[in-house]
Design a binder for this molecule. Structure first.
Ligand code: TGC
Ligand code: FAD
Length: 397
């Protein structure tokens, strides 16, 4: 007879291939055994351990959908399962991985020259080179098309551009070796992608100050990229993509991953709240799990998590067939981030005063999930992307 499993209510596991199940198992074991024991200290000290990316690289978890260049070449569903496993522990750990895998490696794989791919992808795949993605600027977040960063012909070095401008809220920037920076080419006014290597920047041209004292995503390092006439060889520009299509194509993969990941975080909240509700007794020795109001909170969260996984799965299969429209990704990114945030916040109530202690983990997920709802297109921006597709009318400006 069919059995209901609260951990996988719609039996999503039946959809996955043997390979996908094995990859999910590897990722889950690594995350629970190696990441979970580190997360509280990392979060308290706002400290990201860069060896995590090397460990993930060893397991083939970075840039996992890329074929060749020492990458695993797995399906989009498998990469979603990896992301979900990592974010079950912490959204910040998933963030560090997403930037490396989807935004930097994905960008190079899609738009880089063969030389750029051979030079950077194998090192990025092993976590030996650490990447970051600079799109957002202090004055331009939701509207990156208005960016001010500029690439001019270098005044003294032939064959080089000179990059100037500032990027902010950049995951991994303070410790990154390689910067995928988006700036407008002065000659054309069009946005182009540039690969900037920290070690090649003359002193004083590139600064990456850390943004301290965040109240979310503290296990991930975030900073600025300040560029003052950084010399970049012309062959370090992506040759064939111009305009916002470049950065947004990278974002399609990262946003897809966030749709899986945030459900992983919600699933962790569910498991912890369920366990707590079964153990905690109030009023005549009853476990609080006996009370209807508590059961409803769990039912809502379990339902949203199950629907979220099914939707992400569907888009993953379409992605591999080349049939995933960006609006589908906006839909699952927005819905899963919003539902994960709302449900985790409601489940926080189940823990009573103990929710305030970080050892119960729930407060950390709630704070992190606010960030996931904000970056890679805030939820209202994704609503407007969907609204434009539904009505044909642009609402941004
Ligand atoms: P719009 O007119 O819509 O488009 C301009 C050009 O871009 C193309 N395009 C896309 N191409 C591929 N995939 C997509 N999803 C695309 N969306 C748009 C479009 O076809 C067009 O191409 P072309 O060739 O005709 O020029 O541009 P717009 O300026 O009106 O865009 C508006 C809007 C709001 C949709 C867009 O600006 C937006 O999505 N804003 C949100 C900004 C955002 O997501 N920033 C993310 C920064 S990176 C980050 O947060 C990383 S956090 C990572 C972590 O730590 O995990
Ligand atoms: P704003 O654009 O100022 O938006 C503020 C509010 O106004 C939002 O609610 C927004 O929805 C709303 N709003 C704006 N315009 C409209 C409109 N037309 N209609 C209705 N509502 C609107 N960026 C990178 O490039 N790389 C990274 O690695 C990266 N990592 C990040 C890590 C963290 C921890 C954080 C917090 C951010 C990161 N970001 C990164 C930046 C992130 O993508 C931006 O914060 C996000 O795109 C929103 O931009 P903003 O903060 O400038 O908000």
């Amino acid at each position: 007879p069919a059995v209901f499993d609260w951990k996988d209510p719609l039996n999503a596991a039946a959809n996955y291939t043997e390979d996908e199940l094995a990859i999910a198992e590897t990722a889950e074991s690594y995350c629970q055994e190696r990441l979970l024991p580190r997360v509280l200290e990392a979060y308290r000290k706002e400290d990201y351990d860069r060896t995590i990316l090397a460990e993930m690289g060893e397991l083939g978890l970075l840039g996992a959908t890329i074929k060749g260049y020492d990458c695993a070449g797995v399906s989009s569903v498998a990469s979603g399962l990896i992301t979900r496993a990592v974010e079950r522990v912490d959204s910040g750990y998933r963030s560090g991985m997403s930037v490396q895998s989807s935004l930097v490696m994905g960008g190079i794989d899609e738009f880089g020259t063969e030389e750029q791919k051979e030079k950077f992808l194998p090192g990025l795949a092993k976590g030996k080179i650490l990447g970051c993605f600079g799109l957002t600027e202090p004055n331009h977040g939701s509207d990156p098309g208005s960016m001010e960063s500029v690439a001019k012909p270098h005044p003294t070095k032939d064959g080089y551009y000179s990059l100037s401008g500032a990027k902010t809220w950049i995951t991994n920037s303070p410790i990154a070796d390689l910067f995928l920076v988006w700036a407008k080419l002065q000659e054309t006014g069009k946005i182009r992608g540039f690969l900037v290597e920290r070690e090649k920047c003359p002193p004083g041209t590139l600064e990456t100050p850390k943004l301290d004292n965040k109240n979310g995503l503290r296990a991930s390092v975030t900073g600025m990229i300040q560029m003052d006439e950084v010399p970049v060889a012309k062959e370090m520009m992506f040759p064939h993509v111009e305009g916002l299509r470049g950065p947004f194509s990278c974002l399609n993969s990262a946003r897809y991953g966030i749709a899986w990941g945030t459900i992983g975080a919600l699933e962790d909240c569910i498991a912890r709240a369920r366990e707590y509700a079964l153990k905690r007794k109030q009023f005549k020795g009853n476990p609080i799990a006996k009370y209807q109001l508590v059961q409803k909170k769990l039912s809502d969260a379990v339902t949203d998590a199950a629907f979220g996984i099914q939707a992400a799965y569907q888009v993953g299969r379409l992605k591999d067939e080349g049939k995933a429209a960006p609006e589908m990704i906006s839909m699952i990114k927005r819905q899963n981030c919003d539902r994960a945030l709302i449900n985790s916040r409601t489940l926080q109530e189940v823990f009573g005063g103990n929710a305030v202690s970080d050892e119960y983990h729930i407060g950390r997920h709630v704070s992190n999930l606010f960030v996931t709802q904000t970056y890679e297109g805030q939820s209202d921006i994704h609503a407007l992307i969907l609204g434009r597709a539904i009505t044909g009318i642009q609402a941004f400006v």
